[in-house]
Design a protein around this ligand. Structure first.
Ligand code: PGA
Ligand code: ZN
Length: 425
């Protein structure tokens, strides 16, 4: 049972406030969890409660969310059986009472939801990934390493497309996958240097050069893969997250880097060209969250060849994923715990997607902490892919390092997903 819940305001990797929750169980077990925060957020994400007190952190303080944990949530959960995750989550959902968790804040609720799971795993003497796994069969994910940042994560100073990721499909284990990725990342750094580009990094640890087009990074990354000694497509594939809701205006996609304004059809044709030319295995948010019509067309055009991942369009919501499955929109979903707000609801969205044969991709947020909950969560749920930034910046690397530890502990039982984590390609 839960003896004590205590939240505080801490900073995330961008220097913005976020919620951290400490939990103490009746037997004295104590542990904590911290909540991440996005920048290119989907319109229908669960509500992130911020104080809007302009005298503190430009209005971004989270003292209200913290007070909600220390008051209402602590009152409701103290004395309750912590091992009943569903009950814990349901109690908070009912206490909040809004469809969007806007009363208590999804940031308040998720911090508690994750901390409870971690506390029970600790109290029962098992690792978090073990506790969270229904089958006790584990899968180490292919890391989707974001080596080149654009869009809002680079203050719109670089590419319009937000994320260019490398995925070591052909590695035999996670350790090798991470090594291949880090080597390629460093090779990319020297290529950029040689071309006179600065090698400063963006929010997720990738380089953020002022490239001439959204295609140029694909050339640079392909070259980096080769120069690092790997085969593009065979050993290492490329994933894109244009996060196109960020440059969708009045029904058009505004590519500032290229001084072009494209329709949904033209964007789909652009992607088709890029897929033909480079080793692209997935595209996330290729079209905008409100462009369901365009998404359908894109899925018809590319859905048999690559994984089309919905992030902003689905926001980890079971209702929106259900609509996507029914309408033939996308074939894969991005999963972010803080888009929906509890561990239980996240699992049900994942089960729904899985039963439709969709791909699963667990994701960090651009504003992160050193909490590596998602690493254990990905191994336990066998999602097969984890995107958590470049192999650079402490808050990103910590997630990858946790996977190294898990792989080491599992020994012979560790299986690396690699290419088979992708439902297409
Ligand atoms: P965000 O970006 O965390 O800033 O929303 C991540 C993504 O778009 O996948
Ligand atoms: Zn995204």
């Amino acid at each position: 049972t839960i003896r004590k819940i205590h939240a505080r305001e801490i900073l995330d990797s961008r220097g913005n406030p976020t919620v951290e929750v400490d939990i103490v169980l009746q037997d004295g077990t104590s542990t904590r969890a911290a909540v991440p925060s996005g920048a290119s957020t989907g319109k229908y994400e669960a509500f992130e409660l911020r104080d809007r007190d302009m005298k503190r952190y430009g209005g971004k303080g989270v003292l209200t969310a913290v007070a909600n944990v220390n008051g209402q949530i602590a009152n409701a959960l103290t004395g309750i059986d912590a091992s009943n995750q569903e009950l814990i989550d349901r109690t908070m959902i009912e206490l909040d009472g809004t469809p969007n968790k806007e009363k208590l804040g999804a940031n308040a609720i998720l911090g508690v939801s994750m901390a409870v799971a971690r506390a029970v795993s600790k109290a029962t003497g098992v690792q978090l990934y073990e506790y969270l796994s229904p089958s006790k069969q584990y899968l180490l994910p292919a890391p989707m390493m974001n080596v080149l940042n654009g869009g809002v994560h680079a203050q719109w100073q670089g590419a319009d497309f937000q994320e260019y990721m490398i995925v070591p499909l052909g590695a035999s284990d996670f350790q090798a996958a991470l090594q291949w990725g880090a080597e390629t990342y460093h090779t990319l750094q020297s290529i950029l240097k040689k071309r006179g580009y600065p090698t400063a990094i963006g929010d997720e640890g990738g380089f953020a050069p002022k490239v001439a087009s959204n295609e140029e990074p694909l050339e640079l990354i392909t070259l980096a893969i080769e120069e690092a000694g790997y085969r593009p497509g065979k050993d290492i594939g490329i994933s894109l997250d244009p996060a196109s809701s960020g440059f969708f205006q009045d029904g058009k996609y505004e590519l500032k880097r290229e001084q072009r304004s494209l329709t949904s059809e033209e964007m789909a044709a652009y992607y088709e060209m890029l897929v033909g030319k480079y080793s692209i295995i997935s595209i996330e948010d290729g079209l905008a969250e409100e462009d369901w019509q365009g998404w359908k067309l894109l899925t018809k055009r590319l859905g048999e060849r690559i994984e089309l991942i919905g992030d902003d369009i689905f926001v980890t919501s079971p209702e929106l994923v259900k609509r996507g499955i029914e309408e033939g929109t996308a074939n894969s979903v991005l999963i972010k715990l803080n888009q929906i707000g509890t561990v239980t609801e996240t699992l049900s969205t994942m089960n729904l997607a899985k039963s439709a044969g969709w791909g699963l991709n667990i994701s960090h947020r651009s504003g992160e902490t050193i909490d590596s909950f998602i690493s254990d969560f990905t191994v336990a749920t066998r999602a097969g892919k984890l995107k958590t930034g470049a192999p650079c910046r402490g808050e990103r690397v910590e997630k990858y390092n946790q996977l190294l530890r898990i792989e080491e502990e599992l020994g012979d039982k560790a299986i690396y997903a690699g290419r088979r984590a992708f439902v297409r390609g």
